[in-house]
Design a protein around this ligand. Structure first.
Ligand SMILES: Cc1cc2nc3c(=O)[nH]c(=O)nc-3n(C[C@H](O)[C@H](O)[C@H](O)COP(=O)(O)O)c2cc1C
Length: 140
């Protein structure tokens, strides 16, 4: 089944860790049913989320993201097909990062959701950048 992915940044309303836990628990429960996986970065001000899954499930998850009042100004960084899942580890999981880390991922090259490569300027791709943040959080 073809897998589609979306990455976006958004601005969080004034949220504490407990509220984000609630959002993510709710998101993960839906995503599990929908076959959606991914990861959410939070730097205290902004979110950066990567989500992937089959077109129908991902579409509904995205509607929920766009409908959420806990954040605003959602800007998509990329949307498209991926050859295989890039972040299959969690239905959803959030990671606290600093503003520099989130910014780096946001401005990296999201083209084609490519990984293990370098962009035209010799920088690692956005998916690689995100993998570097995710790796220490994997328990297996
Ligand atoms: C940053 C963020 C990420 C979210 N990610 C998902 C998701 O991956 N899947 C999903 O079904 N809903 C997702 N949601 C929606 C929430 O699970 C939940 O439905 C919503 O936040 C509750 O509404 P409220 O924010 O208006 O209180 C997300 C919401 C936010 C704010």
């Amino acid at each position: 089944m073809p897998i589609r992915a979306v990455a976006y940044v958004s601005e969080a309303l004034d949220l504490d860790a407990r509220e984000i836990d609630q959002i993510v628990t709710n998101a993960a429960a839906f995503n599990l049913q929908a076959g959606v996986t991914g990861v959410l970065l939070f730097d205290g001000i902004r979110f950066l989320q990567y989500i992937e899954g089959p077109e129908d499930g991902l579409g509904i998850a995205l509607q929920r993201v766009y409908g959420a009042t806990s954040h605003e100004n959602v800007i998509e960084l990329n949307r498209g097909r991926v050859g295989r899942r890039q972040f299959p580890y969690w239905s959803m999981h959030w990671i606290r990062v600093d503003q520099m880390e989130l910014g780096k991922v946001a401005i990296s090259d999201w083209t084609g959701f490519a990984r293990a490569g370098y962009d035209l300027h010799g920088r690692i791709t956005a998916v690689d950048q995100l993998s570097l943040i995710v790796s220490p959080h994997l328990t297996t």
